[in-house]
Design a protein around this ligand. Structure first.
Ligand SMILES: *Cc1c(COP(=O)(O)O)cnc(C)c1O
Length: 383
């Protein structure tokens, strides 16, 4: 009721993925579940409880806002870590609520220490170092000043983590750049150690790094895309395929996206279908209108190229995708009627439409497609 499409999240698939990823990193390594971007479109309120059921007690988000949204659905025993945006006022909230956060410049560090002093409560910090991604992180040349400051303010923070992020571990073409980042990270770590500053957790790996560079695993891994059942890239999949020496894909996608047929109708030959003249019916055709458009996450780039499943058959999108509808050609499928299930992503009978194919057709990255699925689409957990 009150929705034109819905998303199903498979609990079984999620458990399978966590089991596989834990096997790769080993039991002693902390597993941080990355739930930024509304858990990659899956819904934090769905993923957090499933992850906790699977034994995960650490979650990574991008901003204070995302931490704020995750807090109410999280067990008090679980930890949240903010990897990106946090403004000065939010630092106070984070420290009060035992939320850990990345620190990548002196400004934020000083603010954290100042706030911790005022609250008389330690800030849990993860110092991010710049190893070559060139987004956030302390530069090597800032180390002397940073170390001095950290030594001086020791009682106001807990040095929970030392971390960095790789610049494209999913692509073999970045191999050298990643190797250099690993080397530089180790240098940073030795520098801190020499001065008696020892982080509880060294963490650098995202999914692609953990799956393809075992020496990036360290004390904790920040798993995003892989826990949702997607390979960061086809290369990552190939690498594991050889290493695991198994034919089966060890990752299972959690998400299916479904709707139903709104109207079925006939169009006489010689008429254009939809806005403008991008699709001409060159014979008598039967079409079905689906109440899902670009406002609902179905990219307009899929006009005249996308595919959906109806009655166990793959049918093409014809004409332009509009704000709230798309049209498909069902001329050759007998019996299609209003209310028939439509699968945009997922399985129907023996066929399936993957996000990968969807991404290829619309030139999107799986990360982008997932996070653009509107938060308003209802999501249900299925077993
Ligand atoms: C998003 C993100 C991750 C997770 O990346 P995946 O490729 O989805 O595994 C890890 N670390 C940081 C800093 C991130 O921003």
């Amino acid at each position: 009721m009150f929705n034109t499409s819905y998303i199903e999240i498979s609990k079984k698939a999620f458990k399978n993925n966590i089991r596989y990823l834990k096997k790769i990193i080993g039991n002693d390594i902390r597993f941080s579940s990355v739930i930024k971007g509304n858990a990659y479109g899956h819904g934090v309120e769905n993923i957090v409880p499933l992850a906790e059921e699977a034994g995960i007690d650490h979650f990574s988000v991008f901003s204070a806002k995302e931490a704020y949204d995750a807090l109410p659905v999280m067990s008090p025993k679980s930890r949240i870590m903010i990897m990106g945006m946090l403004d000065d006022e939010e630092i106070e909230w984070a420290i009060e609520n035992d939320i850990a956060f990345f620190v990548f410049d002196m400004g934020r560090l000083e603010k954290a220490v100042e706030t911790a002093r005022m609250l008389q409560k330690k800030a849990c910090i993860h110092i991010e170092v710049e190893t070559g991604f060139n987004r956030t992180g302390f530069d090597y040349k800032e180390m002397p000043a940073l170390i001095d400051y950290l030594k001086k303010e020791k009682e106001h923070y807990l040095f929970e983590g030392l971390c960095t992020h790789y610049a494209g571990a999913e692509s073999l073409s970045n191999y050298l750049r990643i190797k250099n980042q690993i080397t530089l990270f180790k240098r940073f770590h030795r520098y801190f150690s020499r001065h008696g500053l020892n982080p509880q957790l060294r963490h650098t790996a995202c999914s692609a790094a953990a799956l393809t560079y075992p020496n990036t695993i360290m004390d904790m891994v920040r798993f995003g895309i892989a826990q949702y059942g997607f390979w960061p890239s086809p290369e990552t999949h190939m690498f594991r395929f050889q290493k695991d020496s198994s034919d089966a894909n060890p990752l299972r996608r959690l998400l299916s996206w479904k709707s139903k047929v709104m109207v079925v109708k006939e169009v006489e030959a010689g008429n254009f279908i939809g806005y403008g003249s991008s699709y001409l019916a060159n014979k008598r055709m039967k079409i079905a209108i689906i109440p899902v458009g670009y406002a609902n996450g179905f990219s307009r780039a899929l006009s005249n190229t996308g595919r959906v499943l109806i009655r166990g058959r793959r049918v093409p999108v014809i004409g332009t995708v509009t704000m709230n509808t798309l049209t498909v050609n069902v001329t050759d499928i007998p019996g299609v009627e209003r209310g028939d299930e439509v699968v945009m992503i997922g399985k129907q009978k023996r066929l399936s439409i993957s996000i990968a194919s969807f991404c290829e057709m619309s030139e999107q990255l799986n990360y982008q497609l997932l996070t653009r699925l509107p938060a308003g689409i209802p999501r249900f957990i299925v077993t």
